[in-house]
Design a protein around this ligand. Structure first.
Ligand code: CP
Ligand code: NVA
Length: 311
C-alpha cells in the first residue's frame, strides 16, 4: 500500500508526474477528470488548520470524492481508543485518510493498520504536502507555463531561517535533496536539525548546510523561507524561542542579501514582526498566497497518484 508520509515516499519520476498533474488540475480546474469518484476520505485532525483543511476538503470534492472531517476530540481516539483499532475500523469504511497530528509515529501506525492510503497533513516531524507545493510554486515561476518544472529546480538553493529543528526545516532537508536543490539552514545552535533527520538525509545520500549566521545561510539563495518560531504544541515556550530566534528574523536587509531575484516563502500562518517583517510580507517577490493556492492543485495530484497506484 502506497502512503505519503514523508517526502521520499515518491520517487523523482513520480514527483515529475505529480507536478505535471498539478499543473493540469490548475489549468483545467472545473473541467478535469474525477479520479476519486465514489470515494470517501476521512480527514483526522488533532491540530488547527486553515489551508490544509480547506484545500483537502475542496480538492477531494473536485476529484469526485467525499471528504469526512473528523476532529480527534470528536472521535474515540480523543478518549484513548488505540490508534491501531481506529485505523482498522476506519479502513473498513473509507478509501483513504488525511491525517494531521503531533507524533510522527502515530501517523505511521495509522498507515500500518488501516489498509488504505494515508496522507501526512503535518506532524511535528514533517509537512510534506507543504514542501511539494512550495517547490511547485517556485518551479512555476522559474519554468513558466510550458517549461520543465522539475528541471527548473536543479541546483537551486533554499535558505531556511529560524526554527531549524522542527517540521518545516526537516521537510526542506528531505525535499531539497529529492528535488535536486541545495538547502542551507540558519538558526540558533540549540535548535539545529536533530539526529533522526540527519540519519534520513544520510540514507538518501543527501546533504544540508547548517549555520548560526543568517547572512551565511541566505548568501546565493534562490528562496528565502521561514516559519513560525513556536509551532502548534510549543505555545508555552513562545517567549524563550522568540529571544533565541530573533537574530534570524527575515528583514528586508536579510532578504536582499540573497540573490537579487530570490523569492520569499512562508508556509503560513505568519507572525509579522516575529519571524518576518511586514515589509518582507509586502515585498513584490513574496509569493505566500501562490503557495497557499497551490496546496489545492498539488494535493489533488498527490491524491490522484495514490488512487492510481491503488487501482
Ligand atoms: N501551511 C499550513 O499547513 O497551514 P494550516 O495550518 O492553516 O493548514
Ligand atoms: N511549524 C508550524 C507549521 C504550520 C503550518 C507548526 O507546526 O505549527
Amino acid at each position: 500500500m502506497k502512503h505519503f508520509l514523508q517526502e521520499t515516499d515518491f520517487t523523482r519520476d513520480e514527483v515529475v508526474q505529480i507536478f505535471s498533474m498539478a499543473r493540469h488540475f490548475k489549468q483545467e480546474r472545473g473541467r478535469h477528470e474525477k479520479p476519486l469518484a465514489g470515494q470517501t476520505w476521512a480527514m483526522i485532525f488533532a491540530k488547527s488548520s486553515t489551508r490544509t483543511r480547506v484545500s483537502f476538503e475542496v480538492g477531494l470534492h473536485e476529484l469526485g470524492g467525499n471528504p469526512l472531517f473528523l476532529n480527534t476530540n470528536d472521535i474515540q481516539i480523543g478518549r484513548g481508543e488505540p490508534i491501531s483499532d481506529t485505523a482498522k475500523v476506519l479502513g473498513r469504511f473509507v478509501h483513504g485518510l488525511v491525517v494531521r497530528t503531533y507524533a510522527h509515529g502515530d501517523i505511521m501506525g495509522l498507515a500500518q493498520d488501516s489498509g488504505v492510503p494515508v496522507v501526512n497533513a503535518l506532524t511535528d516531524f514533517l509537512h510534506p504536502c507543504q514542501i511539494y507545493t512550495d517547490a511547485f510554486t517556485a518551479a512555476e515561476r522559474w519554468a513558466g507555463p510550458d517549461g520543465d518544472l522539475f528541471a527548473s529546480l536543479q541546483g537551486r538553493k533554499v535558505a531556511f531561517l529560524g526554527d531549524t529543528g522542527f517540521n518545516m526545516a526537516n521537510s526542506w532537508i528531505l525535499g531539497a535533496n529529492l528535488f535536486g536543490m541545495k538547502v542551507s539552514l540558519g538558526g540558533p545552535a540549540s535548535d539545529g536539525p536533530g539526529k533522526l533527520i540527519r540519519m534520513m538525509a544520510n540514507k538518501m545520500g543527501g546533504s544540508f548546510h547548517f549555520t548560526s549566521d543568517p547572512y551565511e545561510a541566505v548568501a546565493g539563495a534562490d528562496i528565502v523561507y521561514t516559519d513560525v518560531w513556536a509551532s502548534m504544541g510549543q505555545e508555552g515556550e513562545s517567549a524563550e524561542r522568540q529571544k533565541r530566534m530573533m537574530p534570524f528574523q527575515v528583514t528586508k536587509k536579510l532578504f536582499e542579501a540573497a540573490k537579487p531575484d530570490a523569492l520569499f516563502m512562508h508556509c503560513l500562518p505568519a507572525h509579522a514582526g516575529e519571524e518576518v517583517t511586514q515589509e518582507v510580507l509586502d515585498h513584490p517577490r513574496c509569493v505566500i498566497f501562490d503557495e497557499a493556492e497551490n496546496r489545492l492543485h498539488v494535493q489533488k495530484a498527490i491524491l490522484a497518484m495514490l488512487a492510481r497506484e491503488r487501482g
